[in-house]
Ligand binder design. Structure first.
Ligand code: DAH
Length: 339
């Protein structure tokens, strides 16, 4: 019985030493020390021993049990500590890892430029007004001194929705709506989308943006127009920028001008952006035609005014060196993320 006891003890000690996790060690505890365990079984066989041997054997078995229990507890603690260490290691945060990118929305480049323009005009005392994108022929053409069959209608290819209903081809329609609802002195800008049935290419889109401006008061002259537009060009392009007023034609202004600024790409030497001319056209303008004032019930003998229409898209593509206007409308995130 003694040999059997030492054989079982040895086997149990070896098994404990080989244990790799807590469930294995628990199985061993049951196998050797449990109610039906192998060491417990030896105790049950003690009845067959002589009365002198029994206490000695009993003491030996208890000693073996205690020794094994101690070993198992020690091993359990060791495995527990190891498991804890492994868990901590797995949960370690590597503070040298690059942080997750935080995606935030941003302004479209057209809106950034528009905000700048609005700030410039507001600082000169202009109000911002809004106008509908679906317009009547009356506001988009008639009141702007472009009657039906007037050849000037050919300057703008129009999307008609019904006989007298169209997508506005110019924010100039807002001039009329403003003069109908406000009394002079008037100083407003109206930014917005306009629509023309143009062929689409790198510089033309059927949707684009204008900022209309209108000033009406007593004694307004071409000098006021020049001053305001020069100030605007210097604010937006820098004070070294030269501004050129070229005679032009618009039915709703007389006289009419187109305004060029020195090319911001080449500084006026001539390059691909300005097609070698050194100048970039940014807007059309003029003194409000007496017929337009009259159509809004304003007496041209008493009041005069100037108006202008600035293309927002060209200003944006030149500022950010964007080679194709279509990029502004495609909403490709890879493009927009660059701003
Ligand atoms: N509406 C014109 C266009 O779309 C731009 C323009 C020119 C607006 C002269 C004006 C102006 O107010 O006075 O081409």
């Amino acid at each position: 019985m003694k040999e059997k006891l030492s054989a079982i003890s040895l086997e149990a000690k070896n098994a404990v030493a080989l244990c790799e996790d807590e469930s294995q060690i628990e199985n061993l505890r049951v196998k050797y020390l449990g109610k039906k365990g192998e060491l417990t079984a030896i105790l049950k066989q003690m009845g067959s021993l002589s009365p002198e041997e029994r206490p000695k054997m009993g003491a030996l078995v208890n000693e073996a049990k205690q020794e094994l229990e101690a070993l198992i507890t020690e091993k359990k603690d060791e495995l527990k500590a190891k498991a804890q260490e492994a868990k901590l290691k797995a949960e370690t945060i590597d503070i040298t890892m690059p942080a997750k990118e935080v995606k935030s929305g941003k302004l479209h480049p057209l809106n950034t430029v528009l905000d700048d323009m609005i700030n410039i005009f507001q600082s000169m005392g202009f109000d911002v007004v809004d106008g509908p994108e679906v317009e009547t022929d009356h506001y988009n053409f008639e009141c702007l001194n472009v009657p039906a069959d007037h050849p000037a209608r050919d300057m703008q290819d129009t999307f008609y929705l019904a006989e007298n209903l169209l997508l506005r081809t110019q924010t100039s329609a807002a001039q009329i709506r403003t003069m109908e609802t406000r009394k002079p002195p008037i100083r407003v800008i109206c930014p917005g989308r306009v629509f023309r049935a143009d062929e689409v290419d790198a510089t033309h889109s059927p949707v684009f943006h204008q900022i209309e401006g209108l000033v009406v008061d007593k004694g307004i002259t071409m000098c006021d127009l020049k001053g305001v537009l020069e100030e605007f060009a210097h604010e937006i392009y820098g004070s070294d920028t030269k501004v050129k007023f070229r005679p032009s034609f618009f039915p709703f202004t007389e006289p009419s001008v187109e305004v060029d600024v020195t090319c911001s790409e080449c500084g006026g030497k001539g390059c691909r952006v300005c097609k070698g001319s050194g100048w970039i056209e940014i807007l059309g303008a003029g003194m409000v035609h007496p017929n337009v004032l009259k159509s809004c019930g304003i007496d041209p003998e008493e009041y005069s005014g100037f108006a202008f229409g600035i293309g927002l898209d060209r200003l944006t593509t030149t500022r950010y060196k964007i080679s194709d206007i279509r990029l502004l409308f495609e909403n490709d995130k890879r493009f927009l993320d660059q701003f």
